[in-house]
Design a protein around this ligand. Structure first.
Ligand code: URA
Length: 442
């Protein structure tokens, strides 16, 4: 078999055989297929797509390219959650302890920020002392004793995705439906959970810009999960504006704490409640409505926040920062960005918000870059706000004035300000399960 023929076949719109897909994944992981041929095939897939059988084969080959985690040492129904990537998405930091505070174990392996999107591991590491490099034995012990742990992927979990994702990131082939579906589902299948909740983001800050594309991606991933016996549900959620107000690592941990203390904005709190309720529902806790109510109670009675304390301490972090935000690393400088125009914030270029936060030092421009835990943005105005000239739009935090200059320049292109009031946009568009697509508000 020749890689050249596989590339040519896909480039010409052909369908790949199982053997050809096996040859590609095994050869790329083993190092016998070079990056330039893998890149060419990724670009051909980007343009020509893959059918359901090809996507399923690619997913399972990737899942089996390394260790398959066995979570049976953890008691109870294990529910995993994965977001397709967004700006200001700190929901895992809220949901993992919230769900665990009700006795449902959360054994979660998360990722780092990529491109304009943030990563849960980078956020957690802004807590002094906290480690996400936890071996499996300690991981299981923490989940059994505390109820939840969020760690980095163990050494040999889905090496095919590690290599392919890094290649996609630099070859403009990230936003492809079969490549995203196989990347996410190979990791979820290899991580061993019994049920999977997917948060499929849609809008200007997401890889899927329209709700039709997001639903198609969700359906593909639900089918992949169900085919291998994992109950899988996807929520299509809005990323046409950043989630909450904070973008940046320690800033997002603080906002996640605010949700668990009951003092965060209603939109972020409701998004977390809906995601947590769906995880509880998948764990068999009760009807969705009952699970929503229970999740809200765990916020108002403080038990979700208490569980976050326990998880942070168990992973070696200084949990005092959760109560006293001044104990986080502090930024060297900050700047208020004020509006020149008055009117309504009609829309936001959310991807650009993510790019501004990377410019501040909150994300990586290259894989080797170090993260500044204190860098980021706190938004004062989001879509739907009525503003006057001179009003505060956002506060920026960084370790140099140069970074603030660059980020301010980028951020000024984020806001579309008009005389017209925008229609309200829901935070949830649809729920996709093996039963079909349920549209919210339809
Ligand atoms: N998140 C992933 O893990 N993989 C993708 O391809 C996109 C988002």
């Amino acid at each position: 078999m020749r890689m050249y023929d596989i590339i040519e076949q896909k480039r010409n719109g052909g369908v790949l055989t199982d053997d050809q897909i096996d040859f590609f994944v095994n050869g790329y992981v083993a190092g016998s297929i070079p990056d330039y041929q893998a890149s060419a095939l990724l670009m051909a897939i980007f343009y020509e797509g893959m059918n359901a059988r090809e996507t399923a084969r690619l997913t399972m080959d990737m899942a089996r390219s390394g260790d398959m985690v066995d979570l049976s040492a953890i008691r109870g129904v294990k529910v995993d959650k994965h977001s397709t990537g967004g700006v200001g998405d700190k929901t895992t930091l809220v949901i993992a302890p919230l769900v665990a505070s009700l006795g449902v174990p959360v054994a979660k392996m998360s990722g780092r920020g990529l491109g304009h999107t943030g990563g849960t591991l980078d956020k957690l590491e802004s807590i002094p002392g906290l480690s996400v490099d936890v071996d499996m034995e300690r991981f299981f012990r923490i989940v059994n004793e505390v109820g939840c742990a969020v760690i980095g992927q163990t050494g040999n979990l889905v090496p095919a995705d590690k290599k392919l994702y890094a290649l996609r990131d630099v070859t403009a082939t990230v936003d492809s439906l079969p490549l995203i579906a196989s990347s996410i589902m190979s990791k979820k299948i290899a991580s061993g959970a019994d049920a999977i909740l997917l948060d499929v983001k849609c809008g200007s800050g997401a890889f899927m810009k329209t709700s039709e594309d997001a639903v198609a991606l969700a359906q593909c991933m639900v089918d992949l999960g169900e085919e291998v016996g994992r109950t899988t549900v996807a929520l299509i959620t809005d990323m046409g504006r950043p989630l909450g107000r904070a973008i940046g690592n320690s800033l997002e941990v603080m906002e996640a704490c605010d949700v668990l203390k009951g003092t965060a904005s209603e939109d972020l709190t409701e998004t977390c409640v809906e995601l947590a309720a769906n995880m509880l529902f998948l764990a068999g806790v009760g009807s969705l409505e009952k699970c929503r109510e229970t999740a809200r109670t765990q916020i108002s009675n403080g038990q979700g926040f208490q569980k976050l304390h326990e998880m942070v301490a168990a992973q070696g972090g200084d949990a005092r920062v959760l109560d006293d935000y001044a104990l986080f690393a502090q930024p060297a400088c900050s700047r208020e960005v004020r509006s020149v125009d008055g009117g309504w914030v009609f829309a936001m270029d959310t991807e650009r918000c993510g790019i501004a936060s990377v410019a501040l030092g909150a994300g990586r421009a290259t894989k080797e870059d170090a993260i500044d835990p204190a860098a980021g943005i706190v938004l004062a105005a989001k879509t739907g706000a009525r503003i006057a000239s001179g009003d505060l739009m956002a506060t920026l935090y960084a370790n140099s004035e140069e970074r603030l200059d660059e980020a301010e320049r980028i951020l000024r292109g984020v806001y579309d300000i008009r005389d017209e009031q925008p229609e309200p946009v829901p935070h949830f568009f649809a729920r996709v399960s093996r039963e079909g697509v349920g549209r919210f508000g339809a």
